[in-house]
Design a protein. Structure first.
Ligand code: HEM
Ligand code: HEM
Length: 147
């Protein structure tokens, strides 16, 4: 039983499956970032203007930040709510003292601020990729992702 329910707080809907998925995202992104430190991405095309290089860099860093920020704030809001953290088959209790105020901040971040930033950043990323692919006709560049 969840700690929140035992204490008579409002129990939440069971979201453990999506939370496991979120933890898997966290794991994969951490592995990817460690991987990138050893094997940096290939350099951008030489003819990109400086502002475009900067925009690409900012967008990619933001995408990594979002992919990390979602699961980290999800863990934070769960733990600060006084609930168990479901890590695959383990239920971890009491990782931090419950703090409803911090839990509410983390929830606003997780449910509202990050999704808003995510839509904006994905829109920027996909517009850039689409323009690059179709308008600039650099149709082979998508394959760089496999190298
Ligand atoms: C890539 C990872 C994740 C994404 C994209 C994500 C996204 C979201 C979104 C969009 C919501 C709002 C849903 C709604 O309004 O009904 C939500 C809620 C929630 N997420 Fe995540 N999440 C992720 C990872 C996690 C993890 C790892 C945990 C906990 C271990 C978690 C715990 C929760 C909880 C408890 C809620 C409900 C919050 C509330 O009741 O206010 N999430 N998540
Ligand atoms: C249809 C969807 C998408 C397409 C076609 C696409 C395409 C691309 C392309 C062509 C690159 C450049 C690779 C290079 O030449 O260096 C790239 C990089 C990247 N994309 Fe996407 N993308 C998509 C969706 C996403 C989503 C949903 C995310 C994140 C949630 C994302 C995150 C990233 C990141 C972080 C990089 C930089 C990778 C690195 O160099 O470390 N992309 N994407």
């Amino acid at each position: 039983m969840e700690l929140a329910a035992r204490k008579g707080l409002k129990p939440r809907r069971n979201r453990t499956d999506t939370q496991k998925l979120g933890l898997t995202v966290l794991l994969l992104v951490v592995v990817r970032v460690l991987w990138l430190r050893q094997n940096p991405a290939p350099p951008l095309r030489a003819d990109l203007s400086p502002w475009k290089r900067q925009a690409v860099r900012v967008t990619h860093i933001a995408l990594y930040g979002l992919m990390l920020g979602f699961p980290i704030s999800g863990i934070a809001l769960t733990v600060w709510s006084g609930e168990s953290l479901e890590v695959y088959s383990w239920s971890l209790y009491g990782l931090a003292a419950p703090d409803p105020k911090l839990a509410a901040y983390a929830a606003t971040f997780h449910n509202l601020i990050l999704p808003a930033l995510f839509y904006g950043t994905i829109a920027a990323h996909l517009s850039a990729v689409t323009k690059h692919h179709f308008a600039d006709r650099r149709t082979l560049d998508v394959r760089r992702m496999l190298r």
